[in-house]
Design a protein around this ligand. Sequence first.
Ligand SMILES: Cc1cc2nc3c(=O)[nH]c(=O)nc-3n(C[C@H](O)[C@H](O)[C@H](O)COP(=O)(O)OP(=O)(O)OC[C@H]3O[C@@H](n4cnc5c(N)ncnc54)[C@H](O)[C@@H]3O)c2cc1C
Length: 345
Amino acid sequence: MNSDHGQLALLLSSLPDRPLASDYQAAAKKLLPYIQSKVPPMGEGQSAARLTFLTTVGRDDLSLARLIEGHLDATQILREAKRPVDKQALYAIWASGGPADSLHITQTARTASGLELTGTKPFCSGSDIVDRALIYIYPNEQLVEVDMQAVGAVGRIDFDGKAWEAPAFSETHTWNVALRRFPITQDNYIGGYKWYFERPGFCLGALGPAACWTGGAMALVDSVRQRTLKDGHAKAHLGAMAALVCSMQSLLRWGAQQIDADPTNKSGQLFPSALVVRHQIERGCTEILDRFGRTLGPRPYAFERDNSRRIAELTLYIRQCHAERDLEELGSYLGEHPEFLSNSV
Ligand SMILES: Cc1cc2nc3c(=O)[nH]c(=O)nc-3n(C[C@H](O)[C@H](O)[C@H](O)COP(=O)(O)OP(=O)(O)OC[C@H]3O[C@@H](n4cnc5c(N)ncnc54)[C@H](O)[C@@H]3O)c2cc1C
């Protein structure tokens, strides 16, 4: 174990057996200096190391990985926008849309800047845990940075956790956040109209979740490896699961290479490349979840706290991929770009 890995293992070991949101907040904050000094940015030659870091955190705990992945994505976005990052702050990115999203920017005569945020944002991981959030406002197509601890925030933010029914990720407080006449200025704007989606770096963030999923699947395989397997079928499943882990790690490295070779996405191929990686890793995780159950039967689901939680969290986390909707986009891209992956398939 090299010293960086030892330091990271020590930091991760600070999580108690049954972590609460406050424990996740403390653990994530403890990781901040490590992230600042050891985790390289995306697209600057060492993207694979950044993804390996997320895989390591996911292998330890998927809820912590979910929070850290959001922090890394948000701070990478700020770096791309050439905006300062508060080194003490834990960040999130909340860009989920859909019918439950009503957040919008309004003009008002009440504040000097004349701008306010009002409405509800769903799926806000780390809602009352993080210090700052980048929030995408769909009606205005604008990314906005919000200081959740600002004096002006008092009485203007409501957290609603009632909608989250799943035990999985419950302590990440992935809640609905309602802002009420929350004052902002043009300084809160990150990038211009639609910049968040149109910047080359949008593709870079897509691999972060896949790295965390890989870590979650690796932890299940670790758990099988720690047992004495007598049954030949169990050994066959273990062999298949180990092979899947190798192939998921190779794909993450391949995705990272694509990004480092073309960080500004001149080729236009970064997004379809990310779709390839995410699809294969989602499939790999699904197969590992299946084989894990076929190897060990119901006991880990029922009697093993860590594994039952990991199974539930990995099952939910991989649903962040858009399944056939992503594959359709990939297939359409392949149809329009015969050169893409022409040497690979
Ligand atoms: C654990 C977890 C944490 C998350 N944290 C964050 C976060 O911090 N920040 C953030 O921005 N996002 C977060 N998300 C949300 C994520 O980014 C996506 O917004 C979410 O996965 C849903 O994606 P989607 O809306 O694109 O749906 P997709 O997966 O693309 O599509 C779902 C499809 O199902 C259909 N559908 C769903 N329900 C129904 C129904 N009842 N009837 C008919 N059709 C239906 C929809 O119309 C749609 O076609 C999180 C998600 C998870 C699982």
